[in-house]
Design a binder for this molecule. Structure first.
Ligand SMILES: NC(=O)c1ccc[n+]([C@@H]2O[C@H](COP(=O)([O-])OP(=O)(O)OC[C@H]3O[C@@H](n4cnc5c(N)ncnc54)[C@H](O)[C@@H]3O)[C@@H](O)[C@H]2O)c1
Length: 335
C-alpha cells in the first residue's frame, strides 16, 4: 500500500479515535476553583485527563493558584444566574466550592454569607437543571454540626449549626439533597473538617496552620487560646482533592460523608511540629480560651471508607513539611 494511503487511513482512524476519545472526555466545572481547595481539586482533575472550567469571582481566591494550569477560567459570580447557566453548557459534573468561608467572616458579614452560600447554591442547581448537568460534588463543612456533643463525629451527629456559616452550609446541603429527589440529579456532599495544604494563604479569617506559618515567618510567637490541649483533625488538601475526584468521577450514588483524617492532635503538638519543621522557634503566647471554641474534634472516617473506599493518606508531618516549603517559596517571596 502506498505510503500516502497508509497515512490517510491512519489519519482517519486517529480522527475517529480522537472523536471517540473526546466524546468520553469528562468536562468538569469547579466553582471557587481559584481558591485554596478548588485549585487543588482542579489540578487533580486535570491529572486524570478531565477538561476543567474554573468559575470564580476571585473574591477570596487567587488567580496565581491556577495561572499555570491548562483550565478555562471564567471570572463569574454564582449570584449571577445567567452567567452560571452559560458556563454550565456541555459540563458533565460540577464541583461546587464557591462560598463565603468561615465562622467569623459569617458573623461579620451574615448577609454575604447567606447570599453566596445558599442563593449561590440554588443558582448552581438551577444552572444544572437548565443545562442538563446531572452530577454535583458539594464542599460542605463540619460547621453544620455546631456545638460538638462527642469527641468523634460521625454523619449522624445532630446538626445544630450555631453560626450563619454553619446554617448556610447546612441549608445548601439540604437544598442540594432535595434537588436529587425532585430533579433526578446525583449529589455527593463532603463535610470537611480542618483542611490545610498548598495554596492556603493567610488572611484575617484564616485557619490555624496558615496563621501559625504567618507568625513564624514574621518572627512572632504563636498564639494559642487556652492551654493548647484542645484537639483537631487536620486533613491535607491533596486527600480532599482525591476524595472530590473519587466522588465526582467514580461514586455513582447520592450520599453525604464526613471528610477527616480520623486522627487528631493537640494544638500544642501542632505548634511544636511547625516550629521544628520550619526551624523557626518564635515561642508560644497563651491567651484566654475563646468561648465558641470546641475542646475536641475528630471525624469518624468509617462511612467514607466503607462506601467510597477513601482514606486520607498524607501523614500530618509530611503535609506540614510540604506546606511550610510552599509558604517559604511562595508567600514569603511575594512579600
Ligand atoms: N478550608 C477549610 O478548612 C474548609 C472546611 C470546611 C469547608 N470548606 C469549604 O470548602 C470550600 C472551599 O473553601 P476554601 O478553604 O478553598 O476557601 P477559599 O476562600 O480559598 O475558596 C472559596 C472560593 O470561592 C470563590 N467565591 C466566593 N464567592 C464567590 C461567588 N459569589 N461567586 C464565585 N466564586 C466565589 C472565592 O473567590 C474563592 O476562590 C468552601 O465551600 C468552604 O465552605 C473549607
Amino acid at each position: 500500500m502506498a505510503n500516502t494511503k497508509r497515512i490517510t487511513i491512519f489519519a482517519l482512524y486517529s480522527k475517529a479515535f480522537c472523536t471517540l476519545f473526546n466524546f468520553f472526555t469528562v468536562n468538569a466545572l469547579v466553582t471557587g476553583g481559584s481558591g485554596f481547595i478548588g485549585s487543588n481539586v482542579s489540578r487533580m482533575l486535570l491529572s486524570k485527563g478531565v477538561d476543567v472550567v474554573v468559575f470564580d469571582n476571585l473574591s477570596s481566591g487567587c488567580y496565581d493558584n491556577i495561572k499555570d494550569l491548562p483550565v478555562k477560567f471564567i471570572k463569574g459570580d454564582v449570584l449571577d444566574r445567567d452567567a452560571v447557566c452559560d458556563a454550565f453548557k456541555g459540563i458533565d459534573v460540577v464541583f461546587h466550592l464557591a462560598a463565603s468561608v468561615g465562622r467569623q467572616r459569617s458573623i461579620d458579614h451574615p448577609q454575604l454569607d447567606s447570599e453566596t452560600n445558599l442563593v449561590g447554591t440554588i443558582n448552581v442547581l438551577e444552572g444544572m437543571r437548565a443545562t442538563g448537568v446531572k452530577k454535583i460534588v458539594y464542599s460542605s463543612s463540619a460547621a453544620i454540626f455546631g456545638e460538638l456533643l462527642s469527641p468523634e463525629i460521625d454523619e449522624n451527629h445532630p446538626q445544630n449549626a450555631d453560626s450563619p456559616y454553619g446554617v448556610s452550609k447546612l441549608a445548601a446541603e439540604k437544598m442540594i439533597l432535595s434537588y436529587t429527589g425532585i430533579y433526578g440529579i446525583t449529589a455527593v456532599c463532603l463535610r470537611y473538617f480542618n483542611i490545610y495544604g498548598v495554596n492556603q494563604r493567610y488572611d484575617l479569617y484564616g485557619n490555624v496552620i496558615p496563621i501559625f506559618a504567618h507568625r513564624l515567618f514574621s518572627g512572632q510567637p504563636l498564639i494559642i487560646y487556652g492551654d493548647g490541649s484542645q484537639t483537631r483533625d487536620f486533613v491535607n488538601v491533596y486527600d480532599v482533592a482525591r476524595a472530590n475526584v473519587m466522588a465526582g468521577l467514580e461514586y455513582q450514588k447520592t450520599d453525604v460523608f464526613n471528610l477527616g483524617s480520623g486522627e487528631s492532635i493537640t494544638i500544642n503538638r501542632l505548634a511544636e511540629m511547625m516550629q521544628e519543621i520550619s526551624g523557626l522557634r518564635t515561642g508560644v503566647d497563651y491567651q484566654n480560651e475563646r468561648k465558641a471554641d470546641v475542646k475536641h474534634c475528630k471525624a469518624n472516617a468509617n462511612k467514607i471508607m466503607d462506601n467510597m473506599g477513601f482514606k486520607a493518606q498524607v501523614p500530618l508531618e509530611e503535609g506540614l513539611r510540604e506546606y511550610i516549603d510552599w509558604y517559604k517559596n511562595t508567600i514569603v517571596k511575594e512579600s
